[in-house]
Design a protein around this ligand. Structure first.
Ligand code: NAD
Length: 246
């Protein structure tokens, strides 16, 4: 079932004919912008892994340490620019929408690079690193200060602010999840780009779409657990494949 690089033409043709497409992206699409993935090389920070820091328990134990890590990630993302992969997905959306089709970009990334590349219909499953939320009063606001002046930052109510992202063990934003599920069920093609497909429920969207009849394309230099279900497995960098498709 799975095909390799030469079948880029097959995926290109299928996309040209499709009127309903979902792209599910993960940290790998931003790797070419210099933003480290969680599990790949460069994902470690001061010997801590993401799994040790991106949890409510880690924040309750040591909010300053967790904020130091987010402050570092925000500075990396602040310097980063959208790459060819982000730009190609924005262009694909423009073409499909111009032909009166539907394109939904579902991202696990919190970096905002898809939006900066021009993508419009973006569902953020794991929040936004540029949003802060008060752990006491719940107030959420945009904060683009790099570096932060105060670690951990505080709300005007006196509570500690937390990053507006979804941590391991937390639920996804209900509305975004609902819309992502609906889009996956009605999709003719689901493209899974730059995700290890190890984090559920996000990875389950590909299975949901496939089960409802969508064709599945995986774009990742490494194998993923979803490869066995895929119609196209394109083992190369997202920037190369996605600009090649256009
Ligand atoms: P992950 O770190 O688990 O996996 C990254 C995947 O990207 C790997 O399968 C790797 O082979 C692949 N990859 C590496 N370079 C690539 C490239 N150039 N082109 C295509 N694929 C490439 O990341 P994930 O699956 O997104 O894990 C989920 C969690 O990681 C999410 O919660 C997400 O919020 C978080 N995360 C986000 C960012 C970001 O916003 N940029 C960065 C790190 C982690």
């Amino acid at each position: 079932m799975a095909q390799s690089l030469p079948d880029l033409a097959g995926l290109r043709e299928a996309l040209r004919a499709a009127t309903s497409v979902v792209a599910l992206t993960g940290a790998g699409i931003s790797a070419e912008s210099g933003v480290p993935t969680f599990r790949g090389a460069g994902g470690l920070w001061r010997n801590y892994s993401a799994q040790q820091l991106a949890t409510p328990e880690a924040f309750a134990r040591d909010p300053r340490l967790v904020w130091e890590w987010y402050d570092w990630r925000r500075s990396v993302i602040h310097r980063a620019q959208p790459n060819a992969g982000h730009r190609a997905l924005a262009e694909l959306e423009r073409r499909i929408v111009a032909a009166r089709g539907r394109f939904t970009l579902v991202t696990q990334n919190v970096d905002g690079l898809h939006q900066r590349a021009g993508s419009r219909n973006v569902l953020k499953l794991h929040g936004d690193i540029w949003v802060v939320r008060c752990s006491d009063c719940g107030l959420a606001e945009c904060n683009e200060e790099v570096p932060l002046k105060q670690l951990p930052p505080h709300c005007s109510c006196g509570g500690i602010l937390r990053p507006g992202v979804v941590w391991f063990g937390e639920g996804l934003p209900a509305k975004a999840w609902e819309r992502a599920s609906e889009a996956s069920v009605r999709a003719q093609i689901v493209m899974v780009v730059g995700t290890s497909a190890a984090v559920y429920p996000a990875a389950g969207l590909a299975e949901l779409g496939r089960g409802a009849g969508a064709k599945l394309a995986i774009i990742n230099p490494e194998p993923t657990p979803l490869d066995v279900l895929a119609d196209w497995v394109l083992n190369a960098k997202a920037g190369e494949i996605l600009s090649g498709i256009l």
